[in-house]
Design a binder for this molecule. Structure first.
Ligand code: GLN
Length: 565
């Protein structure tokens, strides 16, 4: 271990090897796997890194994932989900990229702001330091200051998580302008920590042009040359491809990159993403990393074990019935923007040996005349989170249909608010009842701004965000599902049920089965005389995991199944 190099990082010392080391850092205690991508983006680097966490976790190792995103936003909160995919929310309120959601689902654990670094956050830290005079009159440079800050962030995660292995996913593709300094920081990390302590895994892509009908490795070779030219010698190469690649391709990749052929793995498309961890185990990729880093493993403990994962995949492959679940949203816009909902449905349904047929309902087209026709084949309907006025009237019509036709209903955040509005209009008779988000002049503002939101004028990170405790009332559907009186779920909203109307709702039979622990905020609504009608102000999809499925989603799926039978 080159002790001398890492010890250069004494606080405040004007050295070219500037690398501040966080307090409590023990060199060699935590090891690192750095995942980079070459050739093209969109080949599943996030799912691969997540699956690596699953297999290492199942080998009894404590894993901490970290995602570096090259965009200059401070976090993902202000990104348009239709452009960038869903905004995922962590328990501590950090708004992240959807990859953090797959890390949580695949690693079966909750993450924090320390698992996510954007270029925006990185540069803000540096500029704040500079303004505070922390650089002692020096010019602030990409090397050593920016790279030093990145290494500090990674080592801080090692200290805080006490992980055996930190898996760092470098967003984007090697050679991008956006992540060059990050790749350079990873090169330095290996130099400082030592080759046995940092394992570079490169995810590449082997093309198979339809006009040729055979695999071509040149693009992958060029990508690897790019990586080598940045001073990074990969230890393991994973070749993504549509179909299994022949050994000759692995040999070509090996020769062109100085990587032994047994460390070049093929990763073709497999049946479902949940099979990838088992596939990685089958090809011995976990053992290859474990050997490289000389890690001590045992069999996994707690929920995350190969046995449990295999059981889940078995159920997934043996589904024997299908339900039709409607989701209000326009298919072309929503696939990635509602990713956690789709994932929650996808990993909860196998617990009932059930498959899902998702039917997207564009609520801008739903009218009184066509609502019956549009929803008649559904076994259940979900109105997901949303903002603004688009499609709201159609959503309210869908809620009305579900209430009157005893169709299982799950309202998520905005879907909770829509259920309140529908009830106010059609049962309580307040025909212009609305949320003030859409209609400020309504005579019945049944959904209104949270008090804490009134004085906010900034956009980023200002909603009611993250995990909050919810108290559950005995004898309710919610209690039946969770089987406890206190739960913790994640939120992302500005508006809430207006308690001014509480008595009228309760007197007419609405059950508020969940309330915030520390504030008077209604968090769960249910209706009597309905097989399954539930609206939640939170997003249970953020906490649902394959090995820890959400009680709300499994309950909903069960209700859909019952209706179908
Ligand atoms: N627009 C609503 C609010 O801000 C709902 C938000 C959501 O569905 N995430 O309260």
């Amino acid at each position: 271990m080159p002790e001398d190099i890492i010890s250069l990082g004494k606080k405040g010392v004007d050295e070219e090897g500037y690398s501040e080391i966080p307090d409590g850092y023990e060199k060699g205690k935590t090891k690192y796997v750095v995942v980079t991508g070459t050739v093209i983006s969109g080949i599943g680097k996030g799912i691969f890194s997540s699956s690596l966490g699953t297999v290492l976790g199942c080998n009894g190792l404590k894993v901490a994932p970290l995602k570096f995103d090259g965009y200059l936003n401070y976090d993902a909160g202000t990104l348009n989900p239709y452009r960038h995919g869903e905004v995922f929310v962590l328990d501590d309120g950090t708004e992240t990229d959807l990859d953090l959601g797959s890390y949580e689902r695949f690693n079966n654990r909750d993450l924090t702001k320390d698992n996510y670094l954007t270029a925006g956050k990185l540069f803000k830290t540096i500029i704040d330091k500079e303004r505070a005079g922390k650089y002692l009159g020096r010019d602030v440079q990409f090397v050593p200051h920016v790279t030093g800050e990145i290494k500090y962030f990674i080592r801080k995660l090692a200290v805080l998580s006490k992980a055996d292995v930190v898996i760092v996913e470098v967003g984007g593709t090697v050679g991008d302008l956006e992540n060059g300094y990050f790749v350079e920081a990873m090169r330095q990390l290996r130099h400082e920590e030592g080759a046995d302590y940092v394992c570079f895994v490169n995810l590449s892509y082997i093309l198979k042009p339809s006009s040729l009908g055979e695999f071509k490795s040149k693009a992958a070779q060029l990508g690897l040359k790019g990586l080598l030219s940045l001073g990074i010698q990969p230890d393991i190469i994973v070749c993504r491809s549509s179909l299994p690649i022949p050994d000759q391709i692995r040999q070509k990749i090996s020769v062109s990159s100085n990587v032994p052929v047994e460390s070049v793995f093929g990763l073709p498309n497999v049946g479902s993403i949940y099979e990838i961890p088992l596939y990685l185990k089958q090809i011995g990729l976990d053992k290859s990393i474990i050997n490289h880093l000389k890690l001590n493993c045992c069999s996994g403990t707690g929920e995350l074990t190969f046995e449990n994962w295999e059981r889940f995949v078995y159920a997934l492959k043996n589904v024997n019935k299908t339900i039709n679940v409607g989701i209000t949203g326009k298919y072309t816009e929503v696939w990635d923007s509602y990713l956690s909902i789709l994932k929650a449905l996808e990993h909860c349904a196998p617990y009932k040996y059930c498959n899902l047929n998702i039917i997207w309902i564009d609520t801008t087209e739903v009218t009184n005349e066509n609502v019956n026709e549009k929803l008649k084949d559904l076994d259940g309907i979900i109105v997901p989170g949303g903002f603004g006025s688009r499609g709201v009237e159609g959503k309210i019509k869908c809620v009305e249909y579900a209430r009157k036709n005893k169709l299982p209903y799950l309202g998520l955040c905005y879907g909770f608010q829509m259920a309140i509005i529908e009830y106010a209009r059609n049962v309580l008779g307040w025909s212009d009842a609305h949320t003030t988000e859409v209609d400020r002049e309504t005579s019945h503002p049944v959904i209104d701004l949270l008090p804490g939101q009134r004085s906010i004028d900034k956009m980023g990170g200002t909603m009611r965000l993250g995990g909050h405790d919810v108290l559950i009332k005995d004898g309710t559907l919610a209690y039946n599902l969770y089987n406890k009186n206190q739960i913790r779920e994640r939120f992302r909203h500005r508006y809430e049920f207006n308690n001014r109307y509480l008595q009228e709702f309760v007197n007419s039979g609405v059950i508020f089965s969940g309330r915030a622990k520390h504030e008077e905020i209604m968090q769960i609504l249910e209706l009597r005389n309905h097989p399954f009608f539930i609206g939640v102000q939170f997003h249970p999809e953020y906490t649902s995991k394959p090995l820890r499925p959400s009680p709300i989603y499994t309950g909903f799926i069960n209700a859909c199944l019952k209706r179908k039978l």
